[in-house]
Design a protein around this ligand. Structure first.
Ligand SMILES: *Cc1c(COP(=O)(O)O)cnc(C)c1O
Length: 366
């Protein structure tokens, strides 16, 4: 039993160290998984119970399991970073735990308490800490990506919240999300598809939002863009976010603007952290509505000097151009994105333990 109360059933077939090391040298993203997974079960009658860490492997689900039909599912994304002394840390997990509860409420799933959420990460990392890559040098952003998720597992085709639910955490070694590092990406503006509508699930981290974004993602790929930017569903005018990342705009006068939170925007931990870090970087953070016209005009006039996207997986990535059906929006001057780069290295230095953690944002996992 781990300190967080998880029963441990170790795998009889751990990955051979040489094979693991080969994987960790070049893990890509989301292709390989560690030897174990954490699991907690919930039933309406018994509540949360049966905390365990068990061998990674296929789930047995009844074909009628509710999640397979009505997508009652939520997830999280968080990373484990290895520090120079070998210890393993994660970044603001209480924020993910809180968001996971918020997502659960919206999808009519049971809330998992924060202690069990963070305990599940610790319990898994106690077993699989060897799966956390050791960055070969300072610029290398390898980590162990942790994916907590919750599914409706009751076999029942009626439409109502599931009375049986399973929570899992799996772990996947990850290299930098975008191969180009901080090379600016091109983004497609979806003019037809919408990611979220008021009263919908946009603020929740649920698989359904991603399923709904894939057609737009395909459209983006056909325009050589790696991501999609979405506008609001009512006026088709206000910038919301990308399919899986929040957006920031840097102004000439030092303001840094991100769309204010509504129920159609996912509250990113990276977004919130950048807002909190802005002042000490000499920037003035602003959360407000920002229109596509403001982006177009600010980019043309030079008023907007940088645009960047942010999220746990890709950290901070400069946006080089926004490709739209009426042509491309590019910043007037290419200044090399100094602010995106500075914020990015500040965040990474903190996450990898190269900078003092004055805010208590890091939690040790192993
Ligand atoms: C996960 C996610 C983000 C980024 O959130 P972080 O907590 O910073 O990783 C942004 N937008 C969407 C839609 C997401 O799913």
């Amino acid at each position: 039993m781990t300190p967080s109360g998880f029963d441990v059933r170790p795998t009889a077939h751990p990955t051979a160290p040489q094979i693991r090391d080969t994987i960790l040298e070049s893990p890509g993203f989301g292709q390989y998984f560690s030897d174990h997974m954490a699991h907690v079960r919930w039933t309406e009658s018994a509540g949360w119970h049966g905390k365990e860490v068990r061998p990674y492997g296929p789930l047995t689900l009844d074909p009628a399991a509710a999640v397979l039909h009505y997508a009652q599912e939520i997830f999280e994304g968080i990373k484990a970073y290895r520090h120079a002394d070998g210890s393993v840390w994660t970044f603001r997990p209480e924020k993910n735990a809180e968001r996971f509860r918020r997502s659960a409420r919206r999808l009519a799933l049971p809330e998992l308490d924060d202690e069990t959420f963070i305990g599940s990460l610790k319990a898994l990392l106690e077993q699989d800490s060897d799966w956390v890559p050791t960055p070969a040098h300072e610029g290398e952003e390898s980590s162990l990506y942790l994916r907590p998720f919750m599914i409706a597992s009751e076999s029942f085709l009626g439409v109502r919240p599931s009375k049986e639910v399973d929570y899992y955490v799996i772990a996947s070694p990850a290299a930098a999300y975008f191969k180009g590092g901080v090379a600016p990406v091109s983004i497609w503006l979806s003019s037809h598809y919408k990611r979220a509508a008021p009263g919908g699930t946009g603020f929740a981290k649920c698989g359904g939002n991603y399923a709904a974004s894939l057609a737009a993602q395909k459209e983006a790929a056909s325009h050589d863009c790696s991501q999609v930017a979405f506008l609001d569903a009512i006026e088709n005018k206000w910038i919301e976010e990308l399919g899986g990342m929040n957006l920031f705009f840097v102004y000439k006068d030092g303001r840094i603007v991100t769309p204010r939170l509504t129920d159609t925007i996912l509250e990113g931990v990276t977004r919130g952290s950048i807002l909190e870090m802005a002042a000490e970087e000499g920037l003035t953070p602003e959360e407000r509505a920002i229109s596509i016209d403001e982006w177009r005009e600010g980019a043309a006039s030079g008023e907007i000097t940088e645009v960047f996207a942010c999220g746990t997986a890709a950290v901070i990535t400069p946006v080089g151009e926004l490709v739209t059906e009426d042509g491309s929006i590019r910043l007037a001057g290419d200044n090399g994105n100094p602010i995106a780069k500075r914020l990015r290295s500040q965040l990474l230095d903190l996450q990898y333990g190269r900078r003092e953690d004055t805010r208590g944002w890091m939690t040790r996992l192993a």
